[in-house]
Design a protein around this ligand. Sequence first.
Ligand code: ADE
Length: 250
Amino acid sequence: IKRLGIISALHEEQQGLIQAMDGAATVMHGMRDYTAGRLWGIDAVCVLSRIGKVAASMTATMLVEKFGVTHILFTGVAGSGDAGVQVGDIVIAESLVQHDMDASPLFPRYEVPLTGLSRFQSDAALSRQLGWAADSFVDVDFLTAIGGQERRDFRLGQPKVHRGLIASGDQFISSRAHIDSLNVSHPGLLAVEMEGAAVAQVCFELGIPFAVIRTISDNANEDAAIDFLRFVKSVAARYAFHIVRRFCQQ
Ligand code: ADE
């Protein structure tokens, strides 16, 4: 990896990484702070995308075109898209779909017009490296990184690491009926969020290898907003920090 771009949507998800950077220097551009430096020996640029597909696309494009990154990692939280995926589990995207894309009848539903694709594949090598990082986090860091009180508060068991489909759209999903219908429309769905598939399209079009890792903060049901806020406030940052550290230290 020559130069790694690391994107998160929210401040809490990235604060620890910026503090851990050597020789950090920040440049503001297009209402975002791009902080470049060395993270455990890797040349990296960290940036907050803010929320949604347009915000994420803009950020990914700038990372490549203005800051010269050669690889992109997206870390953050997501809602569960399947009953087998629980709060505290980790999802690594193998492929990503924009669940709100619908140019039918001109193009098949979910297909991004003129790409011929409805699912964008993440980079296999980067995703494998992320998988090792997530496994190390779960096996080695989890019990010390997340205290007993927090594990009880969020009913966190030993987290599982899942690999498969993530769906993104400009919608915070907070109803049982909605998440159930997304699960039916997108076989194999594991998680829903608001940026990953947009970064995936940008990286596909620019030829940049990318990977997406998400910690499940909520079940995308009627309790999602409250669960999401609590999770982001207290534990999301530590998942992101240790997983990225393990990723860089390999
Ligand atoms: N990110 C975290 N939880 C989410 C949800 N329920 N819907 C969309 N994005 C999310």
